[in-house]
Ligand binder design. Structure first.
Ligand SMILES: C[S@@+](CC[C@H](N)C(=O)[O-])C[C@H]1O[C@@H](n2cnc3c(N)ncnc32)[C@H](O)[C@@H]1O
Length: 212
């Protein structure tokens, strides 16, 4: 049996190995030009920002921007988010930021859409109790799909006011210019008792002094 205390330690080690420090982690999926990512990271240096970008050229450009601005609290990975989120330890992310995910309009491309029940389950699993998903899109069908997948995974639309972005993202600007409606909301993983990390049990196998 895997000890919950050990799992919590592994989660801390996973992020500490990536950021070389322990701090709350927020994940942006599809940062695009990196406008939101860089502004947030500069404004909140105490938070670790992890961005997952499927486009290689965009990931490279955002990395260059991060380096130029000397942002030490940002890491970028070039890969499809669905694969990366699967590797993130349980209950270890404070917030996900998902702004204007690609709609994949054509029916035959729907399978490439970001939100699926499996993906939403991974977001739910990796969110800390009380953790948040910030979502915005200008496509109603994407909003409906994301909301349905998240709510089926127990991550519910919250009554919290939507956190204003420091400035509109590149895609948001385009949407606003053509008068599009922006569908946005904050979803929350409820802080339920079952998500509490159990305290060490009798089965703990290292010396007591090793416990963090
Ligand atoms: C429409 S753009 C929005 C960019 C930015 N969030 C904004 O609001 O300006 C969607 C972004 O998500 C990225 N993307 C699409 N599918 C992805 C996936 N499965 N995993 C990670 N990034 C993805 C795209 O490469 C692109 O940068």
């Amino acid at each position: 049996m895997v000890d919950g205390y050990l799992l919590a330690t592994m989660a801390t080690e996973f992020w500490t190995a990536i950021f070389e420090r322990a701090a709350p982690v927020e994940v942006e999926i599809g940062p695009g030009t990196g406008t939101f990512l860089c502004r947030e990271a500069a404004q909140r240096p105490a938070v670790n920002f992890f961005a997952i970008e499927a486009s290689r050229s965009r990931a490279v450009r955002v990395s260059a921007l991060v380096e130029q601005q000397g942002l030490r609290n940002v890491r970028i990975v070039h890969a499809p988010a669905q694969c990366v989120v699967r590797l993130i330890p349980d209950a270890s992310v404070s917030a996900y930021h998902i702004y204007f995910p690609d709609p994949w309009w054509k029916r035959r491309h729907h399978k490439r859409r970001l939100f699926t029940p499996d993906f939403a389950r991974d977001l739910a699993r990796t969110l800390a109790a009380g953790g948040l998903v910030y979502l915005a899109t200008d496509v109603l069908s994407v909003w409906r799909l994301a909301k349905e997948c998240l709510e089926s995974s127990g991550v519910t639309l919250s009554a919290l006011p939507t956190r204003p972005r420091p400035s509109p993202t590149a895609f948001e600007k385009k949407g606003l210019q053509r008068g599009a409606t922006i569908w946005q909301g904050t979803f929350v993983r409820p802080p339920v008792a079952t998500r509490k990390v159990p305290s060490p049990t009798v089965g703990w196998h290292t010396a007591a002094g090793d416990r963090p």
